[in-house]
Design a protein around this ligand. Sequence first.
Ligand code: SF4
Length: 819
Amino acid sequence: MTAVQTGEATPAMPSAIKDAEATKTILHTLRHFHLGNPSVRGQLEPLGDDFLPALMAPYRDASRLRYDYPLFLYPAEGGDEERRGAELAKPLSTFLTEATEAVAPGEGSARILKDNLPRLEQALRLALQESQAPVPAKPLLSELSTKMVEQLGLDRVSTEKLQSDLHSLLESIPESGKFLAYGQHPALHLMIHVIRSQVIPRHAHFQREIEKYIRGLKLLLAVEKGKSAEAKAPAALEEAVGHSSHMFDANALADVMDHSHGSIGMTTVRRERVEEALKTLESYHRESILVRFVHTDGLDETLLGDIPGFESVVSDNPCIRAKEIFDEQAARLAKIFAAARIAKLEIDDLYDESIHDPWFETFNWEAFSHDELLLVPAVIALESALRVAGEAMPDFSRLLNSGRPVQILVRVLGHANPGRDSDKDPFAHFRTELGYLGISHRQAFVSQTSAARHEHLLDQFSTALDATRTGLHVINVGLRPTGQDVGLNGWLVAGAALEGRVHPFFQINPSAGDSFADRVDFSGNPQPERDWAVHEFSYRDENGEAMTIEQAFTFADYALLIPRLHGHFTPVPLICETDSLLPVADYLAMQEEESAQHIPYILALNSKGELRQLAVSRTLIQACRDRLNFWHALQEMAGVRSRYLEIGIAEAREEINSAAEARIEALTAEQEQKLGEARSEAAGEVMSRLTEVLLGMDFTSGAPRMPAASTADATTTPAETTAEEPAAPVEEEEDLGSEEPWIDSDLCTTCNDCLAINPQVFVYNDENQAYIADASAGTYAQMVEAAEICPSDCIHPGKPLNDSEAGLGELIERAAKYN
Ligand code: SF4
């Protein structure tokens, strides 16, 4: 939420004595309520009309909120540059702060005015709260400033200073700037504002272009006239020279003038073409109507107010009529654009009859350049959701596929099903998604937005107009809840629809590229990677303990704002204590078979600040699932969370793991084979040494004989020779396996894990495979730890080098399986 919330007391869970026996009966009744059994209604506590979803409770009193509306709309007229996005409108508080800072920069200046800006802002909010149409900003601000000065009752010096600063502030405000409150039609006003802000500077620019072409064509004709024989006749020469003509003989001058060189005139056809283009351009008048809304008379124009350049057209079929209006305007402008193009070609002497004649014969809107299309006055078909999802669908579809840059604006209510009458049960069928329907018209611009986020909406409109394609705008109008004991306004309800994935934002712009990655804009959605937006929520539990939990805002939470959907909720009795109740978000995250054991609930707060669990009907849960399903489809389209990607990553991971396992297996087999060969070689050698020893033994004395001379160095003494004696190689090999730490480097997969433990002990060789460089540089514990984490099991920790290391008993036990 972008509003500043009011300071309410911390919500509290009322205490009650829990009753396990009663809970069984209560759960039975709640389950029947959940499943839609109307007969249990009488056994349940009625739902008060003052309940709000827990997360929205701080916004109960809308009059105490400071939110984006009213907006200050910058004037569309007067500038040469098109305004876009944030340059078109600003929230009131931002506008006042920035405007004041601009005329009185720095903390110390205009102190009294800056201290009283919140008061002025509040007065403006109150004055504008019932207004529907944009209100001129300067006079209202001037009136409220005067009142504020009177109310403050400051001393003379302070009053004069404040008046002077207020005067500077008022002087800085653009003359035709307006304030727009969040009335019935904020989206329509913003759309008109965007169009006027873009079209007015464009038309001014085009007007200047036309004047330039008119001057160029006139010059061309004047030069042409200068080449003619009549221009060189004595009378014409006298006229050209003017009052000095009596000073020379015009007949003689005409005789001596060259009548041939450089005087090839235009062909008649060309002159007629130039004259025709000039006439057409001179007949051009700047469009007075810049925006036309075509509607079925469902638009109360008094709510729109007096908007310059705006026309409302009533028609039984807005899509068809909008198309006709566009064609009429485009046909009229085609003559002007063709004349302007001909003028340019003629002035540049580039007109080629063989190429250009046939081109201009068939010149229509489909041949317009992007800039020319932007000059055609905007046509907006204002359709109802019910018509578009029903009887008007064929015409709606045809218009979307036509390519004409006509905008279709459909206003929807977040909770209603566009395919059903608003008085019918919205959950009787799956919801018709008009935005999704628009996407199936692949070349149309589609956006889903809401006036509750004015910057998003302004951006959507600007981009749609620039795209010069047929555009569909599905706009959530918000709703002032009626029949409810809460003061929520429509802006807040429209914001809740965005938070609860009821009306997610998106834009599909085919002009941006061919793939969804290029076309889809998913910005503006809160926490787009999650199923539901989650916020912290603080309350006091039944024992008065302060608690803070993560609370999801779901479609069920939004539904509680709509009084006609209250039948889908019932308060859970306070004496109930059970694990069978689950928050809706958790319930929806479960598999359906598993969730069937539970009853879903939302947390809600009544006007006394009591926090209660409200059990939710199965019908509403199914609607939540439907919303979630649509949200997931959008997430996939936007690439925020793609199931394809998740599957691809899992497959790639499995492939890598199996390849690594196969390599380890092959290396292990190879190693085992080498070890086997080494063992048999060593065993052979031992046997032959043993044979030699046995053969040299003196069995009569029982003492060994001297080994054969060939095996001993001739220079060694008998004693030295004896010391080096028998079977040493066998013991040496056994010791290598159990005493010294070592790494079977061939098996190393270069995962770096052991190096991370101690890079002095574990080092890579030239083939990037680990070996033990210096076992004494680390502890036995590190050696054992490395052996345990090594994915290839190729580290053999041997025996400890330092007998005094702590915990050796346990370490040796752990090391045993790796030696
Ligand atoms: S932990 Fe094992 S696989 Fe990883 S680098 Fe060290 S020896 Fe090689």
